[in-house]
Write a protein that binds this ligand. Structure first.
Ligand SMILES: Cc1cc2nc3c(=O)[nH]c(=O)nc-3n(C[C@H](O)[C@H](O)[C@H](O)COP(=O)(O)OP(=O)(O)OC[C@H]3O[C@@H](n4cnc5c(N)ncnc54)[C@H](O)[C@@H]3O)c2cc1C
Length: 447
């Protein structure tokens, strides 16, 4: 309260674990760190857990696991804080984002007269806004989330001939995620489903060691070495054509506890990521478009199909497209995850004001430095995919769109801005990133 009172005419932002790739935590005023707010309380119905905002997801998962419980949805890593992950709609595959499962929150914010107050938000439009707020509503210090009985996940990695084959398997493996492999442009499916019983496979421990050493460490080391340190397109090509296929064993079908199976160690090597969500009906053309742009970026002579050229021309982006030709060689598998429709205003899978449908997150990761060539390609993709495929960018990742471009894809954004007014009439919780990505057109319309 004291911090809110002291900074009522300045700027306040909150830092979680600092894992976002954008300016969400930047501030010229106060930066609040809630790392000591870590209390965990499971409700008597064992269906909800209230947790301090600064608690890391890994700590929460371990606490729940000891009591036979877990979270319905998690991302690829568990190092984020609960409030940070929720603020940006962190997601995995085959379920809603974490934001959707928020039942209530306690938020320090401002009243109508500008006085600091604590509000409990547990229903209606305020809850939809708070579930994914990018920190624009105030300082969240407690989150109540749904929890579920612990479950086990059965998985294997299998090559698929094309996108149809991947999607055909979706009903049998609803938690699946898949990868479009650069250079070979083959599809690798991480086939996953909930196991019928909570029984760990005999080889689960060996599989964990294999995954950590071969995939999380050696493969990533190989990518870092070939793409970033040696900058050798030829070696990256060898890595994906020869080494990766030798490391995948489709006959291994392994069942393990959900949190062990769903988490990876993506945090081991520093990288930059942008992730674009498209609705299900746009997935195929969006993936064709992404791969065509990346192939043209990799090879200046790549013959882009007439359909893709028409799309770029219709947006008057031909010059920008020609500029990225031959400028950047993509070197990391493009991970695609399905996210069920969220009951929120602005999470990436929000279905507010539109028909409910699944969204697919298309992830673009680079290890190469300097980042500028990647950023030029990613910016072109973001600015073209928003109008072409209603694409929405992940709020916790690299975010090169402005509020005007964001507005087109989010029917709920005006209601979100209105909700923010009710929590923060003077815009204390806004920083330049939020102004640029969310509020600027709003201020313009109202001036
Ligand atoms: C290696 C790696 C892997 C990742 N994998 C995934 C993945 O699989 N799926 C996915 O969806 N995302 C993924 N992410 C993105 C990550 O989940 C988000 O960026 C998440 O927001 C990071 O949480 P954090 O605790 O680090 O929050 P921060 O980055 O510190 O903050 C994120 C935002 O939340 C706000 N915020 C934080 N705490 C509070 C609070 N108490 N009150 C109000 N606002 C607050 C901050 O101001 C900021 O705007 C990954 C990131 C990394 C680095």
């Amino acid at each position: 309260m004291r911090i809110l009172d002291e900074h009522r005419t300045g700027t306040i932002r909150v830092i979680g674990a600092g894992h976002s790739w954008n300016g969400g935590i930047e501030t010229s005023g106060a930066l609040v760190d809630l790392r000591h707010f870590r209390r965990i309380r499971i409700h008597p119905d064992r269906r909800r857990v209230s947790v301090g905002a600064g608690c890391r997801i890994a700590e929460l998962l371990a606490h729940l696991a000891r009591r036979g419980l877990t979270l319905p949805s998690i991302g690829l890593i568990a190092r984020q804080t609960v409030a940070g992950a929720v603020a940006t709609a962190t997601h995995g595959s085959g379920r809603h984002s974490m934001s959707h499962y928020v039942e209530s929150m306690r938020i320090a914010c401002y009243g109508k007269g500008g006085e600091a107050e604590v509000r409990r938000v547990d229903s209606g439009q305020a809850l939809r806004a708070a579930r994914c707020s990018v920190g624009a509503l105030g300082v969240v210090f407690e989150v109540t989330l749904k929890c579920v009985p612990q479950y086990y996940v059965r998985e294997r990695c299998v090559w698929r001939s094309d996108l149809d084959a991947v999607l055909d398997n979706e009903s049998a493996a609803p938690l699946q995620q898949f990868y479009l492999i650069p250079h070979t442009w083959a599809y690798l499916e991480h086939e996953r489903s909930v196991a019928p019983d909570n029984h760990r496979s005999g080889i689960a421990m060996l599989y964990r060691v294999y995954w950590l050493i071969v995939i999380d460490v050696l493969l990533h080391l190989g990518i870092k070495l070939t793409a970033s340190l040696l900058r050798s397109r030829r070696l990256v090509d060898v890595l994906y054509r020869r080494l990766l296929p030798a490391c995948i064993f489709p006959k291994w079908r392994v069942t393990d506890r959900s949190d062990r199976q769903l988490l990876m160690r993506h945090d081991l090597f520093r990288h930059l990521e942008m992730e674009a969500f498209v609705p299900r009906e746009k997935l195929r053309p969006a993936l064709d478009f992404v791969s065509a742009v990346l192939r043209a970026a990799d090879d200046a002579d790549y013959d882009v199909s007439a359909g893709v050229q028409d799309r770029i021309r219709a947006l008057d982006m031909r010059d920008s497209f020609e500029r990225i030709r031959g400028s950047y060689s993509h070197h990391y598998p493009i991970c695609v995850r399905r996210v069920r429709p969220d009951d929120t205003l602005i999470s990436m899978a929000s279905c507010h004001g539109m028909e409910e449908r699944d969204w697919y997150a298309i992830s673009l990761i680079t290890f190469a430095e300097p980042r500028l060539p990647f950023q030029n390609v990613a910016r072109l993709l973001a600015t073209t995919m928003a109008p072409l495929f209603n694409a929405r960018l992940h709020w916790g990742k690299w975010f090169p769109l402005n509020a005007g471009e964001v507005e087109r894809s989010y029917p709920g954004i005006r209601e979100f801005r209105a909700a923010c007014e009710g929590f923060d009439p003077r815009g204390v919780f806004r920083n330049p990133f939020l102004e640029e990505a969310i509020f600027r057109t709003f201020d313009h319309h109202n001036s």
